[in-house]
Design a protein around this ligand. Structure first.
Ligand code: AKB
Length: 312
């Protein structure tokens, strides 16, 4: 049986679009989508789908054996805002799911892993502007801690057991097909929905909070480019910095107002402001460009136009 790809967390914001792209690239029957719930199932049921709990080692093991899975994209995670509400659940899901796939690779059941990290690995002591690849990482959120520790484990499994695990530090991802859930960068998707539906938006971050962001198609392309790059090009086995856009709520609102002149935004920061304040405003991704030719395709204006056109 030909080797196949498994996506764990396929019904999430990135998982849905990654599933489509992987099926377009490798064939529908070769990509198994899986999730513990069936939210957005209509977006991933064009091919094989399994109910799978990312915390259950035996279930993942059996699925890999049954389908002859050789590559796993582990997209399941609790994000920054939800993680602060449910710290132990975030630790449990984010860490154990990673160990499960790393151990499957260590035991040669699977060969390749993609595991997403995040700009959340950085913290208030990190240089905020053009944050370098190698720098201080003292995250203050549970989510950030799981991602930072996860990066260490990925590098460890690569060095110690030769596991081919690859990763990028995603910024906030902006998409129109699905909504994110439980993140601090979620405002940048919410704002488009509210602009189109009601012409106003109450933002949970201050207007001058600048954060790194990226349009979904760039995020999915980066993921495939990294996974398709020759092994010898991959010099980072923790997680690559990845960048495309950096903007504040005020800048994004001004861009939307060009298309919807009556659009109004008010600002009412909540607990997510502290999280955002601990993260970088822009990222240096030189190593991703050098090692696997990373280059984003969408600027702020293009992304805004695509979002509004599709949501209207
Ligand atoms: C979040 O806001 O928690 C995520 C992330 C930056 O990883 N979107």
């Amino acid at each position: 049986m030909a080797s196949k790809i498994l996506i764990i967390g396929a019904c999430g914001q990135i998982g849905t679009e990654l599933t489509t792209k992987l099926r377009d690239t490798y064939g529908v029957e070769n990509v198994i989508a899986s999730d513990i719930n069936t939210r957005n199932l209509d977006l991933v049921n064009s091919g094989p789908f399994e109910i799978l709990d990312a915390k259950n080692f035996n279930a993942i093991h059996d699925c890999c054996k049954n389908y002859n899975i050789k590559t796993v994209y582990l997209m399941a995670a609790l994000l920054s805002a939800t993680g602060e509400k449910y710290p132990m659940e975030a630790w449990d899901l984010n860490m154990n799911s990673l160990f499960h796939v790393l151990n499957l690779a260590k035991d040669n059941i699977i060969d390749h892993i993609f595991w997403p990290s995040s700009i959340a690995v950085f913290g208030p002591t990190t240089p905020r502007i053009n944050t370098p690849q190698h720098t201080i990482c003292e995250p203050t959120t549970v989510y950030g801690i799981t991602k930072q520790v996860g990066e260490r484990w990925c590098e460890y499994y690569h060095q110690r057991y030769k596991v081919d695990v690859r990763s990028v530090r995603y910024p906030g991802i902006i998409s129109w097909k699905t909504q994110p859930g439980g993140g601090t960068t979620d405002y940048a998707v919410d704002i488009f929905h509210k602009a189109v539906e009601q012409g106003s938006y109450e933002c949970f971050l201050k207007k001058d909070t600048e954060l790194p962001m990226m349009y979904m198609d760039d995020a999915v392309d980066a993921t495939l480019q990294l996974m398709q790059a020759p092994k010898e090009n991959i010099t980072i086995r923790s997680s690559y910095n990845l960048a495309a856009l950096s903007f504040t709520p005020e800048i994004l609102a001004a861009m939307i107002t060009k298309e919807i002149p009556e659009f109004k935004v008010t600002y009412k920061p909540d607990f997510r402001q502290d999280i955002a304040d601990s993260w970088p405003s822009s990222i240096d991704d030189t190593l991703a460009t050098r090692d696997w030719n990373w280059k984003p395709n969408y600027n702020l204006e293009q992304m805004t136009n695509i979002m509004l056109k599709n949501l209207k």
